[in-house]
Design a protein around this ligand. Structure first.
Ligand code: ADP
Length: 429
């Protein structure tokens, strides 16, 4: 080999390296495919080149890029896999050099027309993880020279780099499309939730209002009992709608937080007391340990009450008859910690990571015995986080659960040291 030949070889390899780097960087598919055919022509010193890929719909090969000027009409042409040059390379995953294209039946008349006056060709497969994803064809070595083994080698190297780049680009495009579809379906879901909860609010309010008025006006204990069922059910429905309607706002970060000084011990006692009846109904011991000292946080009382009532609602629902539910309030440095502890059915370890996701339920919605939409915990989490707090759960299936949340104390209180009584179930009142 002469020095001139070695120089030329080095130049080609350097150019191949440059092209490979470029292919890795350009991820827009159209631009990438065009760069591949341009590089194929340049590196093999060919008059033109083309790239074909498999089209699932037609089960044929399709020209996806070419250096030929008639790009649009060429891209409309499909090539059969059987008996064509590109098809053979596609199936056999091996390169083919055609030295006399005009007498080779695999280079059909139509392709001759597309590729111009082809007299010699190289077709190489683009392999990705052992599968052919496309075929690169170069046509006519310049100056009517014959294609050499070096030409084949350099094209094969280019094809393998190109295959990786094309697959990355296609995957990225697929991901983008999937993400856009997801965003669209999230938007539709939010719109639906917003409309449905808005429409439900008024009739539920009317049912509750009228039922309460009738309840106050009658004395028959039997009727009173029946009306209690109506009021209880309508109240439950109201809560579901409230959880529902907080979702679109939570998602967009649009839910307003009306911050005021909130005494957590007082709030916890009040909300716990509102579950007395529900707990009594299942003979569940409901106790609340609130220290003498009040803990002040800066927050939205309504929202914080909703957090606790969602946790209590679950604790009572998912605890069997005769069980217990304890609520504790304690101070940690700079924070107040509220825990709702039950000895109920617990949560399987595999479900714990998703328990705060929207619409997540351990039992499928249709199989479950308990009501609810799988929203309570996600709403609670969003509300706690709005207050710069944290919420988490510790749970053992069959033994019980401990849901806790931390809220930052108001500045002055956060710095004042205080002793917190340790939690002892026996000391709860
Ligand atoms: P739901 O409306 O279904 O109660 P949540 O978001 O409040 O929705 O809770 C999600 C799921 O977490 C529930 O369906 C239930 O399976 C489980 N879960 C929540 N709290 C408890 C608990 N205290 N004990 C056992 N499982 C619970």
């Amino acid at each position: 080999m002469s020095f001139g030949d070695i120089d030329q070889k080095i130049n080609r390899l350097e150019r191949l390296l440059e092209v490979s780097r470029f292919l890795g960087a350009s991820l827009e598919i159209e631009e990438l495919l065009q760069s591949i055919v341009n590089a194929a022509s340049e590196l093999s010193e060919s008059e033109s080149s083309a790239l074909l890929m498999y089209e699932g719909e037609t089960k044929l090969l399709k020209f996806v890029a070419t250096t030929n000027e008639e790009k649009e009409s060429i891209k409309r042409i499909r090539v059969p896999i059987e008996n064509s040059l590109a098809g053979t390379v596609y199936n056999q995953r091996q390169s083919i050099v055609v030295r006399d294209a005009r007498n080779d039946p695999r280079v059909s008349f139509e392709i001759q027309k597309v590729l111009g006056n082809a007299y010699s060709l190289i077709a190489v497969p683009m392999l990705f993880r052992g599968e052919t994803i496309g075929v690169i064809e170069t046509i006519n070595k310049r100056n009517r020279l014959d294609y050499s083994n070096d030409d084949v080698n350099i094209l094969e190297t280019l094809a393998s780099q190109a295959a990786v780049a094309v697959m990355s680009s296609l995957m990225l495009e697929e991901m983008r499309t999937a993400y856009q579809e997801l965003e669209e379906s999230e938007r539709k879901k939010s719109d639906f939730i917003a409309i449905a909860s808005h429409e439900l609010r008024t009739p539920i309010g009317l049912i509750l209002g009228h039922a309460t008025t009738v309840y106050d006006g009658i004395t028959d204990p039997n009727l009173k009992q029946q009306l209690e069922v109506i009021v209880r059910s309508a109240t439950r429905l109201k809560k579901i709608v409230e959880d529902f309607s907080s979702i679109p706002g939570l998602q967009e970060g649009a839910t307003p937080v009306f911050r005021k000084k909130v005494g957590i011990s007082n709030l916890v006692s009040e909300v716990t007391a509102s579950f007395k009846k529900q707990a009594h109904f299942k003979n569940i011991t409901l106790k609340c340990n609130t220290p003498q000292q009040e803990f002040q946080v800066e927050g939205d009382r309504e929202k914080l009450a909703l957090v606790l009532s969602n946790l209590l609602e679950n604790a009572v629902s998912y605890t069997n008859n005769n069980g217990h539910v304890y609520v504790t309030v304690e101070r940690l440095s700079g924070y107040v910690k509220v825990s709702v502890i039950d000895n109920g059915i617990g949560i399987p370890a595999k479900d714990l990571p998703r328990i705060f996701d929207r619409f997540y339920q351990v039992e499928g919605h249709l199989r479950r015995r308990h009501g609810g939409m799988g929203l309570g915990l996600s709403v609670a989490k969003a509300m706690v986080e709005m207050h710069n707090g944290q919420i988490w759960v510790e749970s053992v299936e069959g033994k019980g659960s401990n849901f806790s949340f931390l809220l930052p104390l108001k500045d002055a209180q956060a710095t004042r040291p205080s002793k917190v009584p340790a939690f002892e179930p026996g000391s709860l009142v």
